[in-house]
Ligand binder design. Structure first.
Ligand SMILES: NC(=O)C1=CN([C@@H]2O[C@H](COP(=O)(O)OP(=O)(O)OC[C@H]3O[C@@H](n4cnc5c(N)ncnc54)[C@H](OP(=O)(O)O)[C@@H]3O)[C@@H](O)[C@H]2O)C=CC1
Ligand SMILES: O=C1CO[C@H](CO)[C@@H](O)[C@@H]1O
Length: 368
């Protein structure tokens, strides 16, 4: 990367102790091909794995060099050697795992996948259980560790863009809806848009007002409310942040593809824009940023890096949990903070259902 100060801020701060013994639950795409690859590269220590299907856990253990494989996640949780739990199974199963895990004294930290649960009630139950047990809870909202988003955050924090006026995300990409989602009606905003919503919160804090619209996606054959979604947030300082999540994006064979995710933030004193690289996976396509500010007038800055969201951003989400355990502090992407992201998700669905703008306070008051 050719801009030294941003270089520091886009990379995760690693814990001093890297060999915390991590117990991994799940062996699907995200655990096998992203978490475990990122942990190996960071020097972390995945010590055991379990999945629903033993053969899948065994195959992932062999492929990624994990010493212990358990036939069931309950056995892994009981292993007194395990200090940290890393969960990547369907969101509607996370509460069940957490309920058992909080009874084990040897577990000091839990990293849950996004969404924390399929609804806010279960998500807050997860947070309550971990807080009562004194276990650090982190959430894998890894768009906060996308390298372009971290660079943008650094620019905003040092005021280079001035007061933000308008922030946009434009996603023209086709996420993979896993089988476990087919039984639910809330699809896009809860499972993909949640990254954009959490990122807006990371960059700008909580909105005042939430307005969302959605239509069904012709490609998604199971029943769903939100295929193509657009949600807009208004802030106390008049900032408007909006995301268009176009999961249709490509009409199919016979048409050319134009798949991308772009973002842009315009402030009173500067402009930053970029792309998110994950839609090109398995090709390693780094996210990008370019910015221009009045503080160094009449030019574009274009720092670059080699890291990518899948898998490198998963180093950051585990690192923030391990640092919290190590220093007895709240994780940067904590379960409690994530309840407010869940509240904004609720606000979007409420806005769609009721055809009106929702005040953040209407959906967040029970979590504050
Ligand atoms: N942060 C991010 O960028 C991303 C996060 N995710 C999240 O990761 C999680 C897993 O997604 P992904 O890996 O893509 O999904 P996969 O479908 O590839 O894997 C699902 C995993 O969950 C296990 N599983 C399925 N059903 C059950 C069940 N009833 N009880 C216990 N375990 C079960 C499967 O076990 P087995 O195969 O052994 O039967 C498998 O290991 C989801 O929460 C998803 O939202 C996903 C993609 C990106
Ligand atoms: O979190 C996510 C990020 O991107 C993926 C793209 O396939 C999604 O499926 C996923 O749930």
């Amino acid at each position: 990367m050719n801009s030294t100060d941003l270089d520091v801020s886009i990379r995760p701060q690693l814990p001093n102790r890297k060999d915390f013994r991590i117990g991994c639950i799940g062996s699907g795409f995200i655990m096998r091909d992203c978490h475990l690859v990122a942990y190996r590269d960071a020097g972390f220590n995945p010590a055991a794995i379990a999945s629903r299907t033993f053969e899948n856990a065994k195959a992932a253990a062999e492929q990624r060099g994990i010493a212990k494989v358990y036939a069931a996640w309950e056995e892994l949780i009981n292993d007194p050697e395990i200090e940290i739990l890393d969960i990547a199974i369907p969101p509607d199963k996370q509460l069940e795992v957490v309920k058992k895990a909080v009874k084990q004294k040897h577990i000091q930290g839990i990293l849950c996948q996004k969404p924390l649960a399929m609804n806010s009630r279960e998500a807050s139950e997860i947070v309550r259980l971990c807080e009562e047990a004194g276990i650090k809870l982190g959430v894998n909202s890894n768009m906060r560790y996308d390298q372009s988003i971290r660079a943008l955050k650094a620019l905003l924090d040092r005021g280079d863009l001035g007061l933000p006026v308008l922030a946009t995300i434009e996603m023209r990409a086709i996420p993979h809806w896993q089988d476990f989602l087919h039984q639910y009606e809330n699809v896009e905003i809860l499972n993909m848009g949640i990254h954009h919503i959490d990122t807006f919160r990371y960059l700008f804090g909580n909105p005042l007002k939430i307005t969302a619209v959605a239509r069904r996606d012709p490609r998604t054959t199971f029943r769903h409310i939100d295929g193509i979604s657009q949600y807009s947030f208004q802030y106390a300082n008049e900032l408007l942040a909006t995301s268009l999540d176009d999961v249709w994006a490509w009409p199919g064979e016979g048409t050319e593809k134009d798949i991308y995710i772009k973002w842009r933030v315009v402030g009173l004193d500067g402009l930053a824009q970029g792309t998110i690289g994950w839609p090109s996976y398995p090709e390693r396509q780094p996210s990008t940023i370019e910015y221009t500010t009045k503080t160094s007038p009449n030019k574009w800055h274009r720092p670059t890096w080699d890291e990518v969201w899948f898998p490198d951003a998963f180093q950051g989400t585990m690192a923030q949990l391990l640092r919290a355990v190590e220093t007895d502090s709240e994780p940067e992407i904590s379960g409690r903070d994530n309840l407010l992201t869940m509240a904004v998700v609720d606000g979007c669905y409420k806005s769609i259902a009721e055809g009106r703008t929702i005040l953040f306070e209407e959906v967040a008051s029970s979590f504050n």
